[in-house]
Each structure stands twice: as structure tokens, then as C-alpha cells.
Design a protein around this ligand. Structure first.
Ligand code: SAH
Ligand code: SF4
Ligand code: F3S
Length: 471
């Protein structure tokens, strides 16, 4: 692909990343006390919350789902769009109320929103009852901060050149696990706050990742998901001679039944990656390939580094080489001065790709990003209208794709009791489609064969069978 000059930032070789192995020693000094933890945002935050949980539980805290019972409240925040922020501020009101009755309650805010200095200023002014504010780069300091909670404490570093290597997690699931392969992002898409909240791109070394995968295999995990803001950039910063395709292959060879990864950027998605995904049965045929926009003008303004044509070519290659692959995407409507014609280009791409699913958003200006300063005359009503039209098309294709599975037998990794119906169990197909299943609860933690009986836009229904999976 033809690359704009700015992409050089995305490939910078960093020789000053420090790998830190210090063990955080924690005594259970709060035995019997309770913690309430709420997580906003993406898988990065969900996985960070598993680290936070480890610290809290090592300190002796027990989990509660009831805010009023908590001795410590931790809100792990997200900054990606304004509504993510609003949710946190809404919750803070309840915490303030509770603190009036419970003077010893510790209120801690962490996560991406805390990486933004303007937010911290606002919080300090309006919410003086908050005890601890901590950022995304130093979660390991949390146990110490909790012990020293006698004054409002703020420990946030704007950036980090460190990678911590012996992090412990209390993972939510014993079946499916997240694994960080890289932190931060250097892509600087002009609308996006993540490079500011998560810092520069830092890859973990391959041997550390493989060790973690091996450990998870020994623990009986059936699925792992490799995590990075842009997994295809993995390794380019280290310049040690391996890339994401090499990592993926080495991980697949360890033999966990299901290997997944998110998120891949369409820009440096290589043929080598496609070949590895196609070659290994335990690399799941599912790719989340964010489009953002189908208009070349908007893609350029977004600094996405690909054109509509290049995206289509990549999509075709993926579909041609990876058997039975499903592809989902992210789309933003109403980027500054997006015209009806630009929007039609996006719809065109959706018609072309017939995605299995899409997360769709209205552009939300984030202070500090380049797009936040761009002129924008499109009224919000028009943006909402575009989102509605887009969702209609997106939902039509996901429903059609799902309907094609009716009557087929697929493999599902059953992870839990269904949220929709407690008499059912649920899990995901290899193509990452949610299936609600009629079947016994003792199938949780197993990969079972399921006949699809019905399909909706966002999920499938099915029943367990013993037949062979379709060819
Ligand atoms: N690293 C991932 C995305 C992380 S954010 C990637 O590059 O794909 C998840 C999604 O949120 C993005 O793909 C984008 O569609 C959306 N998003 C990010 N910033 C946004 C903003 N300012 N307004 C609206 N949507 C945004
Ligand atoms: Fe990085 Fe993704 Fe944000 Fe782009 S959208 S800056 S790739 S996190
Ligand atoms: Fe939100 Fe931070 Fe993820 S801003 S989307 S939690 S990386």
C-alpha cells in the first residue's frame, strides 16, 4: 500500500523500553472488607480490571455487586466518546451520597479518563471526596495507594516507556483468557484519544507472551485472545526480527483449542498474517477489521493510511484465503464535515463487505485530538439520521448472514448460563457469533456441537447435537 509520511511514527523502533520484573508483595490486611469494581470501555480495560481484582483480592477484599455494601469502590474509566465519560460522572453522584453515610469508604478512579489532565482538574474541583486517582501506566501502585489513603492521592504518568512482565491477574473466566501482546498506540488516528490515554506502542517480548500462553494452557484454558490496539504492529517497535504473524504461529503451535486476536488495523495487515490464520485450525476464522469510513477524503482526514480500494482488496484477500471467515467492523459517522456523498461511500462499502456485525458510532470530539479542532458544520440531527440509516443496512446483513446458518451444525465454546434465559447456556461459534443453547449446564467449559434453529441480527439459537460439523 502507498503510505503517507505520517506512518513513520507507527513504525518507530524503540530501544529504550524497560522491562520490569519486580514482584508486588501484598498482605491481606483488609480481610473481610468488600470491593465494588465497575469497568467501562474496551477489552484493555476489562483485562486491566482483572489485574485490579488481583490486587484487591490479595489485600483481602471480597467482591460485591452491591455498591452500598462496598468498603472500596473502583471505577475503571473510558474516554473514547463523551457518553463513556457521562456514565462515570453519573455513577460518581451515587458514590458521593454513599460516602456521606460511610466515612471510611475509599473511592478510587482509574483508567483512560484519568490520563487526561483536564479531567483530573475537574474531578479535583468538583469531587473532593475521591480518595485515589491512578492512571493506566501504574496499576501496580494501587495496593500501596490504598494503604496510604489518608489524603487525596493522584498518581498518573502521562506516558510510559515501561512494560511490566510479571503481572498477576484474577481472571473473570476459567475458560477464556485475555493476553496483552502490546500496549499503547502510535497510529494517531485524528479522532482518537487512545494514543494519549495509553501512551506509545510497546510490544511485549515473544518469550514472555509464549510463557503466558503455555501457563494458560496448563491451567486448562480453551480460548485465548491476544490483545493490542493494533495487533499487526506487534514487534515492529522491538525490531528483533519477529512480527505478529510469527507470534500468532508460535502461539497456535502451543495448542490451545481457540486462538483469537483484536484489533487488527487494515493498514499493515500482511499476506503473511492471512496465510498463518488460514493455515492453523485453532486460529479462529474471525477478523475485526475497523473500516471507520468508506470515503477516501474522510479516511485521509482520519489519518487511517488506507483507501477504500485498498480496504476492499484486503477484504477480498481475507475472504478468499480464510475458509468460512467472518468479518466485523467499526464505523464512525459524522466525522467533521462528512458529506452525504462521503456517507454514501461508507454505505457502499457495507454493501460490498456484508459484514457479520458492526459497531457504529457518531463522531465524538475528544479534546486534544486533531479532529476536535476541525471545522464541522453538519448538524447533529443529520448525523443521527445517518447512524440510523447505517444501522439498518448493517443489521440487515448480519441477520442475513446469521440466517444462512439455520439448520447447520457448528462448534460452540460454552462459557456460561445465557443472560437472556437462565434455562439456557450460551457461547460463541468459531466465527464469534453468540449462540443461546438449549442444553445442560454441565456443558459449560466444553466445545460442543450445536444445531442452529433460529437467527437474529445479534445472536443465534440452537440445540446441542451429536452430529458431525458441516464440511
Ligand atoms: N484500536 C482499535 C480501536 C479502539 S477504539 C482500532 O483501531 O480499531 C474503538 C472504536 O471506537 C474505533 O474503532 C472507532 O470506531 C471508535 N472511536 C474512536 N474514537 C472515536 C470518537 N472520537 N468518536 C466516535 N467513535 C470513536
Ligand atoms: Fe490507535 Fe485504534 Fe485509536 Fe487509531 S483508532 S489511534 S489505531 S487505538
Ligand atoms: Fe476506552 Fe481506553 Fe479502551 S479510552 S476504548 S478503555 S483504550
Amino acid at each position: 500500500m502507498q503510505l503517507p509520511d505520517l506512518c513513520i511514527a507507527g513504525n518507530r523502533i524503540k530501544t529504550d523500553i524497560e522491562y520490569i520484573y519486580d514482584e508486588v508483595k501484598i498482605a491481606p490486611i483488609y480481610k473481610g472488607k468488600k470491593y465494588f469494581l465497575r469497568t467501562y470501555g474496551c477489552q484493555m480495560n476489562v483485562h486491566d480490571s482483572e489485574e485490579i481484582t488481583y490486587y484487591l483480592e490479595s489485600l483481602g477484599y471480597i467482591k460485591t455487586e452491591v455498591l452500598e455494601q462496598a468498603d472500596i469502590v473502583v471505577l475503571n474509566t473510558c474516554a473514547i466518546r463523551e457518553n463513556a465519560k457521562d456514565k462515570v460522572y453519573g455513577y460518581l453522584g451515587r458514590c458521593k451520597h454513599l460516602k456521606k453515610e460511610k466515612k471510611d469508604l475509599i473511592i478510587c478512579l482509574c483508567g483512560c479518563l484519568m490520563q487526561l489532565p483536564t479531567e483530573i482538574e475537574e474531578l479535583k474541583k468538583k469531587h473532593e471526596y475521591i480518595d485515589i486517582i491512578i492512571g493506566t501506566h501504574n496499576l501496580n501502585e494501587l495496593p500501596q495507594l490504598i494503604k496510604e489513603k489518608n489524603k487525596q492521592q493522584i498518581e498518573v504518568y502521562s506516558n510510559s516507556d515501561k512494560v511490566y512482565e510479571n503481572i498477576h491477574y484474577s481472571r473473570d473466566s476459567k475458560i477464556s483468557a485475555w493476553i496483552n501482546i502490546a500496549y499503547g498506540c502510535d497510529k494517531f488516528c485524528t479522532y482518537c484519544i487512545v494514543p494519549f490515554t495509553r501512551g506509545r506502542e510497546r510490544s511485549r517480548k515473544i518469550e514472555h507472551i509464549l510463557e503466558e500462553v503455555q501457563y494458560l494452557k496448563e491451567q486448562g484454558y480453551l480460548e485465548i485472545t491476544l490483545l493490542g490496539q493494533n495487533v499487526n504492529a506487534y514487534g515492529t517497535d522491538l525490531a528483533l526480527g519477529y512480527d505478529f504473524a510469527d507470534l500468532l504461529e508460535r502461539v497456535a503451535k502451543i495448542g490451545i483449542p481457540r486462538v483469537r486476536f483484536v484489533t487488527s488495523h487494515p493498514w499493515n495487515f500482511t499476506d503473511k498474517m492471512i496465510d498463518v490464520i488460514a493455515q492453523y485450525d485453532n486460529i479462529m476464522p474471525y477478523i475485526h477489521l475497523p473500516l471507520q469510513s468508506g470515503s477516501d477524503t474522510i479516511l485521509k482526514k482520519m489519518n487511517r493510511r488506507y483507501t477504500k480500494k485498498e480496504y476492499k482488496e484486503l477484504f477480498d484477500k481475507i475472504k478468499a484465503k480464510i475458509k468460512n471467515v467472518s468479518v466485523t467492523t467499526d464505523i464512525i459517522v459524522g466525522f467533521p464535515n462528512e458529506t452525504e456523498e462521503d456517507f454514501q461511500d461508507t454505505l457502499d462499502l457495507v454493501h460490498y463487505c456484508k459484514y457479520d456485525g458492526a459497531f457504529t458510532f457518531i463522531f465524538s470530539p475528544r479534546a486534544g485530538t486533531r479532529a476536535a479542532t476541525m471545522e464541522d458544520e453538519t448538524p447533529i440531527k443529520e448525523k443521527e439520521e445517518r447512524l440510523k440509516r447505517l444501522n439498518e443496512v448493517v443489521n440487515k446483513y448480519s441477520l442475513e448472514n446469521n440466517q444462512m446458518l439455520i439448520g447447520k451444525v457448528v462448534e460452540v465454546l460454552v462459557t456460561k448460563v445465557s443472560e437472556k434465559d437462565e434455562n439456557k447456556i450460551c457461547g460463541y461459534t468459531d466465527t464469534f457469533k453468540l449462540v443461546n443453547i438449549v442444553g445442560e449446564k454441565d456443558n459449560i467449559g466444553k466445545i460442543v456441537k450445536v444445531k442452529i434453529t433460529d437467527a437474529k441480527s445479534f445472536s443465534l439459537d440452537g440445540k446441542i447435537v451429536t452430529e458431525q460439523v458441516n464440511a
